[in-house]
Design a protein around this ligand. Structure first.
Ligand SMILES: *Cc1c(COP(=O)(O)O)cnc(C)c1O
Length: 398
């Protein structure tokens, strides 16, 4: 590339590196439509795009979600919401988790809806709403802790907070929510208990005329398992990325993984008998064998726990990781009969038919969940967004 071209690529935030992620926007939109089709027409769908869209790239995914039928976006931090606003997204955005009271003002300035579970945060929101020149009432969701024992107010406190929001003309009670601790569990007794506590809160609010616009509780697991907990709004993250919330929960028919990860061989290594590969010399070749260097490592989110255990797809076959994953590089064995050369494509995560592991496979090897596999993908990896199989945008290091 000439210097001007290099500068243009840099300003577009892309690196031109061989190691890149592909985000299939058609697959994502298809998953949103499938999710939408499960719900009754009166139930709305929130697309959860926190943690940079579970590693997929929040802005592109958010736009796709809204075009495919989602009506709200869920984020975790004010910065995540601010970034979406900066990209021109004006749909309702909900901060799902706790923020510091000192952040209330910046959240309202970005027209983010807050999730409130304490008097301290509600005080800060009310104060900010009074002092800012907002065009309408500030949107507030009150969260009840019905058994997760994470974020939320006790049911009694939550009812009190919601009444306070409903009575304050500068605030609008957009939502009343809770979160399930074990919606992926085949035994749904605890989920039902949580739902009963939640519904008791809703009844108490109805008795005093403090009705939230949306009651909401379901995550992907709850929504995939039944229609029992949809209420007015379903908050779906992982299923929209085409990944199961847990091995015990099946995706709906037609849902497909969105993310794949590829690179190219940077060196073909002839490893002699008795030689070792990589740091710590944990892999020793018994016989002469061929290996390939792939420029990805734990600095990219290709976790070190895959050392000696993971595999990649080369030439349609499985190429096992040899020795330790380094920060920027990994060596894999070339399967017998695969005549690989520098520049050949490697599928690091993706289609098992290409020899590659799925996110589920990598989660299994790492003893974790798919959520952690995709969110681990670092900013160093360019995201190539595909429509009809063709890149329509590339997003690099911010
Ligand atoms: C992340 C999150 C979700 C989405 O969960 P998935 O399992 O990815 O569907 C829903 N609700 C809240 C409060 C969350 O924080």
């Amino acid at each position: 590339m000439n210097p001007a071209g290099a500068a243009a690529a840099a300003s577009a935030g892309t690196t031109g590196r061989a190691t890149r992620a592909f985000v299939d926007l058609d697959a994502y939109a298809g998953n949103v439509r499938v999710a939408r089709s499960l719900l009754s027409p009166a139930t709305e769908l929130m697309a959860v795009v926190k943690a940079n869209g579970y590693g997929h790239g929040a802005t592109m995914v958010a736009r796709e979600a809204l075009a495919a039928g989602a009506t709200r976006l869920g984020v975790a931090t004010v910065a995540e919401g601010t970034r979406l606003r900066g990209e021109g997204i004006d749909a309702p955005i909900v901060l799902l988790g706790p923020i510091d009271p000192t952040e209330a003002r910046s959240a309202l300035e970005m027209a983010l809806e807050l999730t409130v579970a304490s008097e301290a945060l509600l005080d800060a929101v009310a104060e900010a709403a009074r002092s800012l020149p907002l065009t309408g009432a500030a949107g507030v969701h009150v969260k009840a802790d019905t058994g997760m024992r994470r974020y939320g107010a006790t049911p009694d406190e939550a009812v009190g907070l919601a009444r306070r929001v409903a009575a304050d003309p500068t605030l609008s009670l957009v939502g009343f929510s809770t979160h399930f601790a074990a919606a992926d569990d085949a035994d749904d007794r605890f989920t039902r208990e949580q739902a009963e506590r939640f519904e008791r809160c809703l009844e108490r609010l109805a008795e005093v005329g403090a009705r939230p616009r949306y009651a909401h509780a379901a995550n992907s697991a709850a929504a995939l398992r039944s229609r029992r907990h949809d209420y007015d709004l379903v908050r779906a993250g992982i299923a929209l990325y085409g990944l199961r919330p847990a091995p015990s929960v099946a995706l709906a028919a037609g849902m497909k993984p969105v993310l794949s990860l590829r690179s190219r061989i940077a060196r073909v290594i002839e490893v002699g008998p008795g030689e070792t590969v990589g740091y710590g010399r944990t892999y020793r070749a018994e016989r002469a064998e061929r290996a390939a260097l792939v420029p990805i490592g734990y600095g990219d989110g290709y976790r070190r726990g895959l050392s000696g255990k993971g595999w990649m797809g080369i030439g349609g076959r499985r190429a096992p990781v040899l020795g330790r994953v380094s920060m920027d590089q990994t060596v894999v064995a070339l399967p017998d009969g695969v005549g690989a050369e520098i520049g050949d494509e490697v599928e690091i995560l993706g289609d098992p038919a290409a020899g590659a592991p799925t996110a589920d496979d990598l989660a299994g090897v790492l003893g974790t969940i798919t959520y952690e596999v995709t969110t681990a993908l670092s900013a160093r990896v360019d995201r190539h967004f595909l429509r009809g199989g063709v890149p329509v945008a590339i997003e690099g290091m911010p």
